[in-house]
Design a protein around this ligand. Structure first.
Ligand code: ADP
Ligand code: MG
Length: 693
């Protein structure tokens, strides 16, 4: 149960004064549905209204708060004219200007002969001191209602500062005093205020410096968020560890059989990775391991070997891929090896026919099917395993934590292997997974040649097409990628289709088209035709970004390369250079190039090292943006900024670890306070783990 003390914060935002149903919708869009969501929406700027000169001393461009007498209303005669209110003090005249001003409203707000305090930005217009749409205009006795320093909040269309500021002030007022959950010594060392006070301070910045992520109030709130997240991860993991029981060990026979059917040897890092994985699986605790390897480094093979360990131990293993295309691809890669080992493998996607599906489900539940590859169809309720021992999740950043757990929950204490081609910087990794064991594939399989990467302005597309003509005449296979911008899928599809048409006219019967809107069967047929060489050119959107594996493809053309992110360009380029033949990547760009795009393309020319590219990407984009992407699978941080709070993250990790060691059930006084923290940051899932355990 959520502690009673938090109840006011978990009310809907419409419970705040001034927020009715209409504004409520906008506030919900801005920050979230609940009062607590609003609290995490910190101001991004301040307006200092302490500057209170006389009219003659007001300077253009400054924000000023002036005390003036209202002299005269000049009601506009034409529709284009603004409404003007002339005011003055003993030093000069001030004109308040309103566009589309309503006379009755303004006459009540600014009655002639009265004194008013007005605050806003000073302009000089035709030699007169002017203020257009003052932010405030109040009688002298209400002067204090104008904050001396005003917080400025990010808004959404339709919202203005005033109601948000007002709602925020009462949200902060509602925040209860909560029992301190932070370690007393750490708190003292940081000289941080209590949660409530820090919250109030963070919403009442006195100047620009108070907006810094390093300001104590903001740092404290960020730490709270990080601690909640690290503690939640640690609790779930601890719980899973004590649940453990499975020690999966094999005798190596299926692995040997599969490997002996391969025409190549494992790379040294593939060998090291599989050893690490086998050691983990052989322990009674649950494995949670990340297999990180650049595109083309051979992760799938490592995954298969891990899966075969399960089969040797008499259990089952499942591999889940984020897309249908990828699932089929993995299945195709694994099938001959599974066959060589004499192991039964099935494919399960959302598109299987009824009969087929029934057979697969039957085989999985009676254990006659030992390995399965599939999409998220694998986590459907009707899927049951006789004895699932290992879940492999590919390209996990496309799955939510939830789906990952759903697959693991199909068995008892299932080992988890997560494969990713995105080299995740250490900080982000810690934020997403807490402490996680990592196996890295650091080398590419032997015999791979560097990819020749060139940047070419789009104007020279004619030459590129000619060059491609020569290449395909010599038997080359070419990917041609067109960008996809989510906002206008229609236009993008039109672009891909147009390119497909133009290339098709030039190379009749040789060109295929692949994008996300096509039916699965259609896509599959196209992929197959490209893989076996009936098609020479594959015009595609970024659907080919992950996993697509056609070793014979040697040319990658990326149209409007300037529109792609660095990580994406790298992933796309990784589709070639997978065989022993020399490959080329042509990055076609529209001029003029912006600074960032220029830097990205230069890095692409310079290196193929995925780790270096990931670092440059982080530098160019900032952690915020990487984290901001909804698909990242990383927790959504509202207060912490990982590019600024890396040290706090480490501290939160250490603290969470200590808590779990000393008080794993959160029973102590501090433990109880920490439960409130988990609720505050909506980590109820972790608290539930406590009760279940
Ligand atoms: P990743 O998933 O890491 O991008 P894949 O597992 O798809 O890479 O492997 C890419 C290609 O390399 C596949 O065609 C695979 O068969 C091949 N491959 C894997 N391991 C080796 C190896 N040790 N030597 C040569 N080729 C390999
Ligand atoms: Mg792969």
């Amino acid at each position: 149960m959520r502690p009673q003390s938090l109840t006011p914060l978990f009310a809907h935002v419409t419970s705040l004064p001034g927020i009715g149903p209409r504004l409520g919708k906008l506030v919900e869009k801005l920050a979230g549905p609940l009062v607590v969501d609003l609290l995490w929406h910190l101001p991004f700027a301040v307006i200092d209204r302490r500057n209170a000169p006389k009219v003659s001393g007001a300077r253009a461009g400054d924000v000023a708060t002036l005390t003036v007498t209202v002299d005269e209303h000049l009601v506009p005669r034409g529709p284009r004219q603004p409404y003007r209110v002339w005011c003055s003090d003993e030093t000069g005249r001030l004109c308040l200007t309103y566009f589309n001003g309503r006379e009755d409203y303004l006459k009540t707000l600014l009655p002639v002969g009265e004194t008013r305090v007005v605050s806003g930005k000073i302009e000089i217009y035709q030699g007169e001191v002017q203020m257009t749409h003052p932010d405030h205009a109040v009688p002298l006795e209400q002067r204090d209602s104008i904050l001396r320093v005003e917080p400025v909040y990010g808004l959404t269309a339709g919202l203005t500062q005033r109601p948000v500021q007002k709602a925020m002030a009462s949200a902060v007022d509602r925040a209860p005093d909560l029992t301190e959950w932070q370690d007393a010594t750490y708190l003292a060392k940081q000289r941080w205020a209590s949660w409530r006070q820090a919250l109030a301070e963070a919403h009442a910045p006195a100047d620009e410096a108070d907006l810094s992520p390093m300001h104590p109030a903001r740092a404290r709130l960020a730490f709270d968020e990080l601690l909640a997240s690290q503690l939640a991860i640690a609790l779930v993991r601890h719980h899973n560890r004590i649940l453990a029981g499975h020690a999966t060990e094999g005798d190596g026979r299926f692995r040997r059989a599969a490997l002996s059917s391969l025409p190549f040897d494992l790379t040294a890092s593939q060998k090291a990775a599989i050893e690490e994985i086998a050691a983990d699986m052989g322990k009674p605790e649950r494995m949670v391991r990340l297999l990180q390897g650049d595109v083309g480094s051979g992760k799938t093979l490592v995954a298969l070997l891990a899966m075969l360990i399960c089969v040797e131990a008499g259990a089952q293993a499942a591999l889940m891929a984020p897309t249908e295309l990828l699932a089929r691809q993995h299945h195709a890669t694994i099938a001959p090896l599974a066959a060589a080992a004499g192991v039964r493998l099935a494919l399960l996607t959302g598109r299987d026919g009824q009969r087929q599906k029934k057979q697969t489900l039957q085989g999985l539940s009676d254990g006659s099917i030992q390995l399965v590859v599939g999409t998220h169809a694998l986590v459907q309720e009707e899927v049951e395993f006789a004895d699932l021992a290992l879940a492999v999740v590919d390209e996990q950043h496309r799955f939510g934590v939830h789906q990952r757990m759903a697959l693991s929950s199909k068995g008892h204490a299932v080992d988890l292997l997560v494969m990713t081609a995105t080299p995740i910087p250490r900080t982000l990794m810690l934020a997403a997974y807490g402490d996680l064991d990592v196996s890295k594939l650091t080398e590419k399989p032997a015999g791979r040649q560097p990819i020749d990467t060139r940047t070419i302005p789009l104007e020279r597309i004619g030459e590129v097409v000619q060059g491609i003509g020569r290449q395909i005449a010599a038997g080359a296979r070419v990917y041609w990628v067109c960008p996809l911008i989510e906002e206008s899928e229609e236009i993008d599809l039109a672009n891909v289709e147009e390119r497909f048409r133009l290339l098709g006219e030039r190379f009749p019967g040789k060109v295929g088209l692949l994008h996300g809107r096509l039916k699965g069967a259609e896509r599959e047929a196209t992929m197959a035709a490209f893989a076996d060489g009936r098609l020479s050119i594959l015009v595609a959107t970024t659907v080919i970004e992950v996993g697509v594996d056609v070793p014979a493809a040697t040319v990658m053309v990326i149209e409007h390369a300037e529109r792609f992110g660095l990580a994406q360009l790298h992933q796309l380029r990784g589709r070639v250079g997978r065989g022993s033949a020399k490959s080329t990547c042509l990055l076609l760009y529209a001029q003029p190039l912006g600074e960032t795009a220029k830097a990205r393309l230069a890095i692409m020319r310079e290196t193929e090292d995925g780790f270096r590219i990931a670092e440059e990407d982080l530098r160019l984009r900032g952690a915020g943006e990487i984290l901001g992407t909804r698909q990242s699978g990383l927790p959504d941080m509202r207060l912490a900024d990982l590019s600024a709070h890396g040290e706090l993250l480490q501290a939160a990790r250490d603290d969470a670890r200590l808590v779990i060691e000393r008080d794993p059930d959160l029973q102590s006084e501090r433990g109880k306070a920490l439960r409130a923290l988990l609720y505050l940051f909506r980590r109820d899932d972790a608290v539930r783990t406590l009760r279940a355990g």
